[in-house]
Design a protein around this ligand. Structure first.
Ligand SMILES: [Zn+2]
Length: 117
């Protein structure tokens, strides 16, 4: 996540994950954020190809986990499987947030620019 305006890292991943990054909630849903250095309003243009690899790796990973869940359940019971799944979901969210942060390409949002018809 490099700011195209000042060429610094626009936001730390912690800031990316746990705050609105200087924009309103609605803007945040749209993926917009403000650069932590120069304060320019940014939006994602595209996501790096690496993000799809991460996504693909997860699908494979989840499939493997599902295969093992049954065995796990029979060996350790429902609570163990529950805990196991919660940890996995947290891990998946964490890695995904991190990958999104790392591989998103940003561009400046230009509010003043006249809209082309
Ligand atoms: Zn900047």
């Amino acid at each position: 996540m490099i700011c195209p305006s000042c060429n610094q890292i626009a936001s730390s991943w912690q800031r990316n994950a746990f705050s609105l990054q200087g924009v309103t909630f609605l803007q945040s849903i749209k993926g917009q954020l403000k650069c932590q250095y120069c304060g320019v309003l940014l939006r994602p243009v595209k996501y790096g190809r690496q993000l799809w690899f991460v996504f693909f790796a997860f699908v494979v990973f989840m499939a493997l986990i599902m295969l093992f869940s049954d065995r796990f359940y029979r060996a350790f019971g429902l609570v163990a499987v529950g805990i196991y799944w919660v940890i996995l979901v947290v891990m998946v969210c964490f890695v995904f947030v991190y990958a999104m942060w790392k591989y998103t390409v940003l561009e400046k949002v230009d509010d003043e620019a006249p809209k082309t018809p």
